[in-house]
Write a protein that binds this ligand. Structure first.
Ligand code: 0X9
Ligand code: ZN
Length: 450
């Protein structure tokens, strides 16, 4: 017979056990959800195609993409391409290279170690000693890569702290695939001026883009009353910034996979992600894309299929329909230290290529100026590779922008590649700042000279 008095007691014990089990399950569950992908044993290799046949082999590899290999940078004949090869793919990869007679140089045997090392500061001595580093931020600090919510909070804070310099902080429409808002900010001092539109972090893993943009935004308003450069920009232009154009992907690089590039939309089966920089209407699905979702350059199943690409298109359309001139469009990426001019889709130049290139040269000089960084500028397909469906081409073809540039920020090469340490935010932000000033000062926009 069950002693009734013991019942509550027994229930209490089993309840406590249940709670423990529940807590354990929650911990395990959270761990499972938050467990980060490890890159132990993944090699980073560099290869150079010496002729067209070899380039075709590399191109074939690029097209099949994740999870078999992950192409970090891809370039033309006689240029270095850098590829992450997981241990399970290495046998096949090296056989393919041997057959094609392409020598493999191993840059790193364990990419997890590369990511780990990037947590150690690695600034060059000239940068540490530079007087420019003495301006290390006004409204916010720039010593760590920020999560998406911090970007949003800081933009809200800039609006309340500098109401005369920030006209709007809002959200693009539509929201992301996972239901996040895509925040934007509009800097301006009133009236309708020629617009500069800056898009960054469309590729999730290119963290330095967001860091440099945040430095730029901070400097623009914090130094307005102190620097002629900041004043010139805000007195003559309206500047729209979407610092995190792919928030779902960006958050995923913080929580799950540091090397994720695409958005997070669900495609065929369980496969996720479209390369947003292949989803715009610019000779979509013609060159430099894959039709397989597993690839990092998957262009989606139709042009503008992705919410994040639509959101940028819609904002630019709104700017244009509001009677404003979209003068310049900047797409900010990393890495390789390049400044690319349009068009991306083929060996074709816009009719105003001369003025676009003149400004690019000056922007590139500005990038090199403070620290002697080795930046290179040129026509996208020449310097890098042709791509279709990229936002830069669309900005000119469909968005009506007269000056269009794609930045590939620091570092120069794959070591450390995407895992560039946060101590580079300020120097790279400063280089980016100077090149934006050079652009603002040299475009034909009817603004007084600098
Ligand atoms: O491939 C891309 O989307 C960009 N490079 S990245 O390494 N950041 O992925 C380059 C886009 C623009 N490309 C050209 N203008 N060729
Ligand atoms: Zn990119």
């Amino acid at each position: 017979m069950i002693d009734r008095r013991t019942r509550p007691h027994c229930w209490g014990i089993s309840h406590r056990i249940d709670m423990k089990v529940l807590a354990l399950l929650i911990v395990l569950g959270v761990y499972a959800v938050a467990a980060k992908q490890s890159f132990h044993g993944h090699r980073l290799v560099s290869v150079i195609a010496k002729n067209k046949e070899q380039l075709n082999v590399l191109n074939g590899i690029l097209r099949t993409g994740e999870p078999w290999v992950d192409v970090w940078s891809f370039s033309g004949i006689n240029r270095t391409s850098e590829i992450r090869v997981p241990p399970s793919s290495y046998g096949l990869f090296s056989r393919l290279m041997r057959t094609a007679k392409i020598p493999i140089t191993i840059m790193e045997n364990d990419i997890e170690m590369l990511l780990e090392r990037a947590r150690q500061p690695s600034l060059g001595p000239h940068e540490q000693a530079s007087p420019y580093i003495s301006w290390s931020g006004g409204y916010t600090t720039h010593t760590a890569y920020k999560r998406y919510q911090s970007f949003v909070d800081i933009m809200d804070g800039l609006k309340s702290s500098f109401p005369n310099l920030v006209q709007e902080v809002g959200n693009l429409s539509p929201q992301t695939y996972e239901g996040r808002n895509i925040a934007y900010i509009k800097f301006g001092t009133g009236g309708s001026k020629p617009a500069i539109f800056i898009e960054s972090l469309i590729h999730a893993r290119e963290w330095i883009s967001g860091g440099s943009i945040m430095y730029f935004m901070d400097r623009l308003v914090s130094r307005y009353s102190l620097d002629a450069d900041a004043r010139y920009m805000l007195d003559n232009y309206d500047i729209y910034v979407v610092p995190v154009s792919n928030p779902d992907g960006y958050e995923y690089t913080h929580t799950n996979n540091r090397l994720w590039r695409k958005n997070r939309s669900q495609q065929q089966g369980n496969c996720r992600g479209v390369d947003l920089n292949r989803n715009f209407e610019a000779y979509w699905n013609t060159v430099g894309v894959s039709n397989q979702c597993s690839s990092d350059i998957y262009c989606g199943n139709s042009v503008f299929s992705e919410a994040e690409a639509q959101a940028i298109r819609n904002k630019v359309a709104e700017i244009n329909s509001g009677g404003q001139t979209l003068l310049a469009y900047l797409a900010v990426h990393s890495y390789s230290q390049l400044l690319l001019t349009p068009y991306s889709y083929a060996n074709v130049r816009p009719e105003n290529a001369v003025e676009v290139d003149n400004v690019a040269r000056l922007m590139n000089d500005a990038l090199k100026a403070p620290f002697g960084s080795n930046y290179q500028w040129g026509h996208g397909p020449d310097v890098l590779y042709p791509v279709s469906g990229a936002s830069d081409d669309w900005a000119m073809l469909g968005g009506g922008a007269r000056y269009v540039y794609t930045y590939e920020l620091r570092p120069r090469s794959s070591n450390p590649g995407f895992s560039l340490g946060p101590e580079h935010i300020i120097p790279n932000g400063y280089e980016f700042w100077l090149s934006m000033v050079a652009m603002a000062c040299n475009m034909n926009a009817g603004a007084p000279s600098c």
